[in-house]
Design a protein around this ligand. Structure first.
Ligand code: PSU
Ligand code: MN
Length: 317
């Protein structure tokens, strides 16, 4: 047991500390740029076997932009920040890999479970390991028909309490986007549009809702982060809302039609809780014959590249 320095709880069990991969540990020690990547999109958001190829491709995108990837997951009760290739393979292929939000971390660690981490769990573990930049596809948020079932992703509240910069293509369009934007305002989570005056629509380049602030370069984002960190105050996330290029977006009319069908199917089958988001993403993919998947991947790739560029720009300051 290490000596108590007054800041560390006495009875902390070191085996619950996140494990940093050798590459991530070395990068952090040398001040090199590191980008956190979530694993739920790999385990539960994308079809197999493509998911593994995508996971490796995303890590490659981070590297080619001059940063180190840190995919985050829990394996056999240990939280990992940065995965070796065999560990990434396991996340992508093992059906026993659960979906873990922030609140699931303690039981998963204590009970020796394995799981992919959502935005809430990934942002938490990333920030705890000292990472400042994080990329995903679309954030969770307030679901449609919130009034009936109060389904709101834990992503929002966690981002309100975690000082990290998350690059995303907005929130998933399966959600109630204006309600989610309202919630983010209430929670005090900052949003900057990347080269856009409108909040992106995940599969679509625009959700149709305006954002208050627009930035134009990785350097702009770094300045906003610097200002936020200099101001201090509660650790709160900054959302960099990066639209999928128009050429890669899903046809908006097709999107609206199949989304309505998918929401009906979700209701008819009585899907609730953690199952809702993967079900809707899968339904959209089937009902668009894969077109939604291509738009989703284009958005994620762009976000990962931008997060790496931002991390690299921050590292040279
Ligand atoms: N972005 C994607 N695909 C996904 C997700 C995000 O492009 O599958 C995942 C993220 O892990 C996010 C989660 O945190 O969906 C939200 O799930 P829920 O609505 O159950 O909180
Ligand atoms: Mn939910």
């Amino acid at each position: 047991m290490p000596q108590n320095d007054g800041d560390t709880p006495q009875n902390i069990d070191a085996s619950y500390e996140p494990v940093l991969s050798a590459e991530v540990r070395a990068a952090l020690a040398d001040g090199l740029p590191v980008v956190a990547l979530e694993s739920t999109i790999i385990a539960h958001g994308l079809p197999r076997p493509r998911n593994l190829r995508v996971a490796l491709e995303l890590e490659g995108i981070v590297r080619s932009a001059g940063a180190v990837p840190a995919t985050i997951a829990v394996l056999d009760g240990r939280a990992h920040v940065g995965l070796e290739k065999d560990q990434l393979e396991r996340v992508a292929t093992d059906p026993a890999v659960r979906k873990l939000g922030h609140r699931d971390l303690a039981p998963a660690l204590a009970l020796g479970a394995s799981g992919a981490t959502t935005v809430s769990a990934t942002a938490f573990l990333a920030a705890r390991a000292g990472l400042r930049f994080f990329a995903t596809g679309g954030l969770g948020g307030v679901h449609r028909e919130w009034a009936e079932n109060q389904d709101e992703s834990a992503d929002l509240r966690l981002l309100a309490r975690t000082g990290i910069t998350v690059v995303c293509a907005g929130v998933k369009s399966i959600l109630d986007v204006p309600a989610t934007l309202q919630r983010l305002e209430t929670l005090g989570v900052g949003i900057v549009g990347y080269g856009t005056t409108h909040f992106p629509g995940f599969y679509l380049s625009s959700s149709g809702h305006p954002v208050d602030w627009t930035v134009h370069s990785p350097g702009d984002v770094v300045e906003v982060v610097r200002a936020k960190e200099a101001l201090g105050g509660p650790g709160t996330a900054l959302i960099v809302a990066n639209p999928v290029p128009e050429a890669d977006q899903l046809d908006p009319a097709l999107h609206d039609r199949v989304l309505a069908e998918a929401l009906d199917a979700c209701r008819e089958r009585g899907i609730t809780g953690q199952g809702v988001t993967p079900f809707l993403l899968d339904q959209l993919m089937r009902r668009t014959e894969g077109a939604s998947l291509e738009a989703n991947l284009a958005a994620v790739r762009g976000n990962v590249r931008l997060a790496a560029e931002i991390a690299a720009a921050a590292a040279v300051r």
